[in-house]
Design a binder for this molecule. Structure first.
Ligand SMILES: Nc1ncnc2c1ncn2[C@@H]1O[C@H](COP(=O)(O)OP(=O)(O)OP(=O)(O)O)[C@@H](O)[C@H]1O
Length: 304
């Protein structure tokens, strides 16, 4: 898969066009598990809709398995299995009918064995006869995954597949997608769950305001942020200097320490400020730290 100088501008009434993607270029190797990360509005979904041929790039080109997505649309589309972010279904069909209809779009007549395998792998076997409107949101999402895979595409694209889904479905989904990846399928994943990207992706591109701001092997991105961190719980307010660098989730606070003896300095500052701490641990930086660091480092650009 190749993105070459991809640009996308959206026209806006009474305002300058919105530049959603600017000069995005990168390759994804066959068989790779690739993560596309970025904050809300970074352009991830836009890039996927260009890849899927649902929207046209303002400039640049995109190829999937050697097929350019506009001039060679049918072949490119056939190579892709796309799990969209939004749950859109015809409520009157059953799960099995939905998958048969999707097979029909790709001209596949005898696809029952694979449909059964998909239903089984995604924990949908006992829901095959249920109407789509009877399914819970999580079950619908499973059908969306099955639907994307019905034609056995070599490239699987997942746009935030685990947004709002429970732990069980996440595990089912990742076990299945990892199995397909080991069997040679290329996977492109967008997610807001950085621990998921860290666990699954070989390489990661980070998008910010329509540009690629980092692209590397996951291990290399993490190595770049190898500083230790101090994690603890507290009910007290942090002094301003520490609050500015803290990552706070509820009562849990994480502070970066530049070097190991930086931990001592941090603890001294906390003690001096009278911050009472519990459950203290020393850990290493994770992908979220890399991500937050990169997002903070790049100043916002004009025209956005
Ligand atoms: N059809 C559209 N018309 C106009 N602007 C759009 C359209 N689709 C997206 N945008 C704008 O383009 C920018 C990129 O949006 P996009 O949905 O690609 O981001 P994203 O990275 O997928 O975000 P999220 O994490 O919230 O899904 C945003 O500023 C968005 O408002």
């Amino acid at each position: 898969m190749r993105f070459e100088g991809v640009e996308k501008r959206y026209a806006r009434q009474g305002a300058a066009p919105l530049q959603a993607l600017q000069g995005v270029s990168f390759d994804i190797q066959p068989g790779e598990f690739f993560g596309l990360l970025g904050p809300n509005g970074a352009g991830k979904t836009t890039l996927i809709s260009l890849l899927a041929g649902l929207a046209r790039a303002s400039a640049g080109r995109i190829e999937v398995m050697g097929h350019e997505v506009v001039s060679d649309y049918a072949a490119a589309r056939r190579a892709l299995g796309i799990v969209p972010q939004e749950l859109v279904f015809d409520p009157f069909f059953s799960v099995r009918e939905t998958l048969r209809i999707q097979s029909g779009y790709f001209g596949l007549r005898r696809n029952e064995a694979w449909i059964d395998e998909l239903l089984e792998a995604l924990g949908l076997a006992d829901k095959a006869g249920a109407n789509m409107r009877q399914l819970s949101g999580g079950m619908k999402r499973r059908v969306l995954v099955a639907q994307a895979l019905v034609h056995r595409p070599p490239v699987i694209v997942l746009d935030e597949p685990t947004a709002g889904v429970d732990v069980e479905l996440r595990q089912t989904l990742w076990a299945f997608i990892s199995r397909l990846n080991r069997a040679g399928h290329t996977v492109l994943l967008t997610t807001h769950y950085l621990e998921e990207a860290e666990a699954l992706c070989h390489r990661i591109a980070m998008l910010k305001q329509g540009r690629v701001v980092a692209l590397d092997r996951t291990a290399a991105l993490l190595a770049g942020a190898a500083h230790p961190v101090l994690r603890f719980k507290t009910d007290d307010a942090l002094p301003a200097a520490l609050a500015a660098q803290a990552r706070v989730t509820g009562r849990t606070v994480q502070l970066p320490a530049r070097e190991v003896h930086g931990i001592e300095t941090l603890l001294a500052s906390l003690r001096q400020a009278g911050v009472r701490i519990e459950d203290l641990e020393i850990g290493r930086a994770d992908l979220e730290d890399v991500f937050l660091g990169l997002m903070a480092a790049q100043a916002p650009e004009a025209g956005r």
